[in-house]
Write a protein that binds this ligand. Structure first.
Ligand SMILES: Cc1ncc(COP(=O)(O)O)c(C=O)c1O
Length: 431
């Protein structure tokens, strides 16, 4: 599933040893595999080919310009949720006509930017938002298209912070209000309400919740047709899983096997399908490289203190997420079966892999069996390509890390490491 592999006891990304990457780029460092990104995108595209969907990569999960450009060149559109994401997607060569714009809190200036640039579809999240977008579009004399994000009240069985399609979530409009919504706004001269948008959560590890929500959306589309509202676009959102620790995540082909049959006949009759995958493309296309600064014991716990922490990768601390962690050069005998939560190999030690921040919640991996580590060793945190760098912060005034993109034997720095000057460049201390 990805191009990070151990060869003779050393980790490689594609053809380059991870230790060479760390030597030249420093740590902490996000490393992405271009081959893996391409593979994940094309697998999804091929699996869903019978629906000929527009695949809008979810920019929020990993938004580096080089990655957006790579996916744009493969034919991806962009799923954007802010003015900043519209801006960076345009900078990366994206065509705004292939952008879909969601988000519960679109500001006036963001809406104006989206209209000016000609974003293809607004995904509308509330009555008040529709009125706001319609007023601005009228003022600017720009016509646009919109989908109503409906909340199908389906449980995706994922972390409560990323459950977005249940009744009590802040996203979208309850399914029962959808028809009234179209009656109120479905004839607007500037904003053509022509689509339905769903995004039930992330990651969704089974296909059932998709089937349930798509069926509810199709029933709604039929109900709207009876009232004279023609829906030409159905946006299914994102949320396809990534394999963090085992083979728990369905493959693109398994999601497609469940979803395609329900939609094929509708597509033949003219329904346009949009997908918004993020994690399933980027998560396993990236790792985080970090260096061990110190080793210490506290009570009977063995702490490995690294130069990356919750500021660099927030997921373990924020979501309790599991990331497989393993030394870059563990020794031939200890090359792991990838991603096992509990490795039963001789010589491993119970270890807490933590960061440098002044927070007890600052950890990358808790209570793991790892080969003994020494100061200066390199450690890889796997499946870090999605919601990794994108959620990184400068907390404790650590500059943001560097990002590199590997393609075969070539390595490109796609984000320079921040310097201390970057930390204060927008601050003023004289008045
Ligand atoms: C509206 C919307 N679409 C797509 C995505 C992407 O989800 P994933 O990265 O799990 O595919 C998200 C994630 O939060 C989202 O909110």
């Amino acid at each position: 599933m990805d191009d990070f592999h151990y060869n003779d006891g050393a980790l490689y990304c594609e053809n380059i040893p991870a230790s060479d990457i760390a030597r030249s780029a420093g740590t902490p460092c996000y490393v992405y595999s271009a081959t893996t990104l391409r593979q994940h995108y094309t697998r999804l595209r091929d699996a869903f080919a019978p629906l000929n969907p527009l695949i809008c990569y979810s920019v929020k999960c990993c938004s580096n310009l080089a990655i957006l450009r790579l996916l744009t060149e493969l034919g991806a559109g962009m799923d954007v949720v802010s003015g900043g994401e519209i801006f960076r997607s345009c900078c990366a060569g994206g065509d705004p006509k292939t952008f879909v714009y969601a988000g519960v809190g679109k500001s006036e200036s963001e809406i104006r930017l989206a209209l000016e640039r000609g974003v293809g579809l607004f995904n509308i999240e509330s009555e008040m938002e529709f009125e706001h977008v319609a007023r601005i579009a009228r003022e600017m004399n720009i016509r646009t298209r919109a989908a109503l994000r409906v909340n199908p009240d389906v449980d995706p069985k994922t972390h409560r912070y990323t459950t977005t399609g249940k009744r009590e979530s802040k996203f979208g409009v309850d399914l029962e209000r959808a028809v009234a919504f179209f009656r109120a706004y479905g004839h607007d001269p500037f904003v053509a309400l022509c689509g339905i948008h769903l995004h039930i959560g992330s990651p969704v590890y089974t296909t059932g919740p998709y089937v349930e929500s798509v069926q509810k959306a199709l029933a709604l589309i039929d109900e709207l047709a009876v009232e004279g509202f023609r829906i030409d676009t159905l946006d299914l959102g994102g949320g396809f899983g990534a394999d963090y620790e085992s083979d728990q995540s369905p493959l693109a082909s398994q999601y497609a096997a469940a979803i395609v049959p329900i939609l094929q006949e509708r597509v033949a009759r003219g329904l346009r399908i949009i997908l918004e995958p993020g994690r399933s493309i980027a998560a396993n296309a990236g790792i985080l490289l970090t260096r061990v600064e110190y080793i210490k014991k506290s009570g009977d716990r063995n702490f490995v203190i690294c130069d990356a922490g919750m500021n660099t990768l927030l997921r373990p601390s924020h979501y309790g997420a599991f990331h497989f962690v393993w030394p870059v050069q563990p020794g031939v005998a200890l090359t792991p079966p990838r991603r096992a939560r509990e490795l039963i190999l001789p010589g491993l030690e119970r270890t807490e892999v933590v960061g440098p921040l002044c927070e007890t919640g600052d950890f990358l991996a808790e209570d793991r069996l790892l080969p003994p580590l020494r100061r200066g060793d390199l450690v890889a945190v796997f499946t870090a390509g999605a919601y990794g760098m994108a959620m990184a912060s400068r907390y404790n005034s650590h500059p943001l890390p560097t990002e590199v993109l590997i393609d075969g034997a070539s390595m490109r720095v796609i984000r320079a490491r921040e310097q201390y000057e970057d930390l204060v460049q927008h601050e003023r201390d004289s008045f």
